[in-house]
Ligand binder design. Structure first.
Ligand code: BJW
Ligand code: ZN
Length: 254
């Protein structure tokens, strides 16, 4: 089925110098990574806020590690989908293109995107909570039970951002800069409820970006968006890209 996109959207994208894709768990859903919230969410038994925080980890590291080990295994065995691959093509289409992701699954980089800012960390990395020594997944997953630091016996944790923790400063600053200079800002597959990440699309809009949301369901951002494209990212992004390629050919743009 071929989708129809507004002339305004196609014109804004055709003339855009700088485009940002802001992504959430929904972009990886079609690869087989369950989302956090919604009907196929992985956090049915626990609210994200209850499990993804340092206090919960110190109280019950076995439970938190059981959950992360399971997710690490899922992620190691899946592949990027059509949504991720289309964002790689878009990086080649626009003079400036950035992916700002809340995802920790590394699928954007594995697909081939090179300008990626990870706001919530990366599940492929781990570090010691006591001395900071980094550990690979291989090193932690081969240890039985809760992995411990070989240098100081401290608890090792995944290098992700939990509730109440600051976002990595560099990634945050670069994301804000990219958002504020975007001509078109695509918010894709995120419930847009977790802050401060959820403020990024609004920053872009306030600086004049054309704000486009792609999601099968409306979110708190939908009312602010200039366009809401309802559907799965793995279906909408390739169609949008194909439409842009056709438009460029028509206008004889490079
Ligand atoms: C599809 C699809 C398809 C499905 N195609 N789409 C009150 C008000 C405001 C803020 C706060 C507050 N109380 C506390 C806070 C702060 C808190 C927060 O925002 N809480 C809210 C929940 C209320 N934030 C923080 O604590 C942050 N830090 C912070 O604020 O620091 C300052 C500070 C310091 C000290 C003290 C206090 C403050 C840190 C937030 C860290 C979030 N971490 C997690 C876990 C990462 C590790 C891990 O993965 O295990 O990040 S939580 C989880 O949510 C994960 C995600 O990145 C994040 C966002 O989720 P996302 O990606 O949007 O996924 P879903 O599942 O929610 O949505 C999926 C969407 O996809 C849905 O809309 C579907 O419809 C759609 N979809 N299929 C396209 N095929
Ligand atoms: Zn240590």
């Amino acid at each position: 089925m071929s989708l129809t996109f507004s002339d305004r959207l196609i014109s804004r994208l055709t003339n855009a110098q700088s485009v940002v894709a802001f992504t959430g768990a929904g972009v990886s859903a079609e690869s087989g990574v369950p989302t956090f919230r919604g009907s196929d969410g992985i956090w049915k038994k626990f609210k994200p806020e209850e499990l993804a925080n340092f206090e919960a980890f110190m109280k019950n590291p076995e439970l938190v590690w059981e959950w992360y080990s399971a997710r690490k295994k899922i992620i190691a065995n899946i592949e990027p989908n059509r949504g991720h691959h289309t964002l790689v093509r878009m990086e080649q289409m626009f003079p400036r293109f950035a992916v700002i992701t809340q995802n920790i699954d590394n699928l954007h980089r594995r697909a081939g995107s090179t300008n990626v800012f990870e706001l919530h960390g990366n599940i492929e990395r781990n570090y010691c909570t006591k001395c900071g020594t980094p550990y690979t997944n291989e090193e932690v997953l081969t240890q039985a039970g809760v992995p411990r630091c070989l240098k100081c016996n401290g608890l090792i944790r995944p290098d992700v951002v939990w509730f109440g923790e600051m976002l990595p400063e560099d990634e945050w600053e670069q994301s804000v800069r990219a958002a504020e200079s975007a001509d078109v800002f695509l918010s894709i597959g995120t419930s847009a409820i977790v802050y401060p990440a959820a403020s990024i699309p609004l920053m872009a809009k306030h600086q004049g970006a054309y704000l486009v949301e792609i999601n099968p369901e409306p979110t708190p951002l939908t009312d602010q968006a200039d366009e809401f494209l309802m559907g799965a990212s793995g279906a909408i992004l390739p169609e949008l890209y194909a439409r842009l390629v056709a438009e460029r050919q028509l206008q004889q743009l490079p």
